[in-house]
Write a protein that binds this ligand. Structure first.
Ligand SMILES: [Fe+2]
Length: 330
């Protein structure tokens, strides 16, 4: 199976969380290092990718969280052009509502219950001093001290993880209808998918979660380097927020990570140095074993020598006819 669809998707643009405790959610986002837009409950990262909080309101689909009383309600993806937006509208309109509003945003929904939106991307290219390293015989930072970070300043949205009962089934809409590609797979418990041939290793991760049902699991924000992950994480920890996992480095996607529990469910992740891929990337089927979660980490070890992690306690899908080859759809 080869995907031929290409809607010029550029990545996550904005996430909307519907929450019961708006004050706690906005304090979390502010402490995370995002910039608050005026007096709103909307926050932006350096490149313009955003997150918005609204109070849970079950009479409004766009303020209705999936899974719990607080959680993710709407996912906005960026596209390159108005032509992409119109092509997406036609594709989605074949079996669901799909309307481009006066604000230029295409609104629809996926098969999991999340509201979907698509807009021409507002993410900006931002110049900054890239971290340089002094590797043996190939030093790249001469007469210059290493950067220090007092806190993290998230550069951009990276990826979204959604807990589901059957990751493969959950991924189908994104693969078949939106042209996503599978980048890697955690046996039959998780699908890492990207929205374009070239770019992030994954923009979305569907995982068989420990808890039954569909709900937000985590959201990753890219920071500039591993030092910003650690120093930013330390600063965030010092504000009293609780670690879910990390710091550490993932095996799949290579991201250096530190996850913190949010007051509206799931966790947010500082991430750095994730794999970036092209058409040449070869998806791999990883075995479901405890150490799959990280190459190294602090604070995840259990007394039996294995690691805690979102995957290790999950159940495999009950009935999985897919052979590992079938994951290679990209
Ligand atoms: Fe992640």
């Amino acid at each position: 199976m080869t995907t031929t669809k290409n809607y010029g998707l550029t990545g996550l643009e904005e996430l909307r969380f519907a929450v019961e405790d708006l004050a706690a959610a906005t304090r979390f986002a502010e402490d995370w290092g995002l910039t608050r837009l005026d007096d709103s409950a909307e926050f932006r990262a350096i490149d313009g990718s955003r997150v918005e909080f609204v109070r849970t309101d079950l009479s409004d689909p766009r303020a209705t969280p999936v899974g719990d009383a607080s959680g993710l309600a709407e996912i906005t993806w960026g596209v390159r052009s108005a032509d992409d937006l119109e092509a997406l509208r036609r594709e989605l309109a074949t079996d669901r509502e799909a309307v481009i509003g006066p604000d230029g945003v295409l609104r629809s929904h996926d098969d999991l219950g999340f509201r979907l939106a698509f807009r021409i991307t507002r993410r900006e290219k931002v110049d900054y001093a890239v971290t340089r390293y002094n590797s043996p015989q190939q030093p790249d930072r001469i007469d210059s001290r290493a950067a220090r970070y007092d806190r993290a300043e998230p550069f951009q949205l990276s990826h979204l993880a959604i807990g589901v009962d059957d990751a493969w089934q959950a991924a189908q809409f994104y693969l078949d209808r939106l042209g996503f590609r599978v980048s890697d797979r955690y046996a039959n418990r998780g699908i890492f998918a990207r929205c374009s041939a070239e770019g992030n290793h994954h923009d979305v991760f569907f995982m068989n979660a420990k808890q039954p049902g569909t709900r937000f699991n985590h959201l990753a924000w890219k920071v500039r380097d591993v030092h910003e992950v650690i120093l930013g994480g330390q600063a965030f920890d010092a504000k009293g927020w609780q670690t879910f996992a990390g710091p550490g480095r993932h095996l799949v996607s290579s991201a250096c990570f530190w996850y913190f529990l949010t007051p509206f469910g799931g966790s947010w992740e500082y991430a750095a140095d994730e794999d970036m891929v092209t058409e040449q990337w070869e998806p791999q089927d990883f075995a479901a074993e405890a150490h799959i979660f990280s190459q190294w980490t602090f604070g995840l070890e259990k007394s039996d020598g294995t690691l805690r992690g979102p995957i290790s306690g999950s159940r495999p899908a009950a009935n999985d006819p897919r052979d590992p080859e079938s994951m290679v759809v990209g």
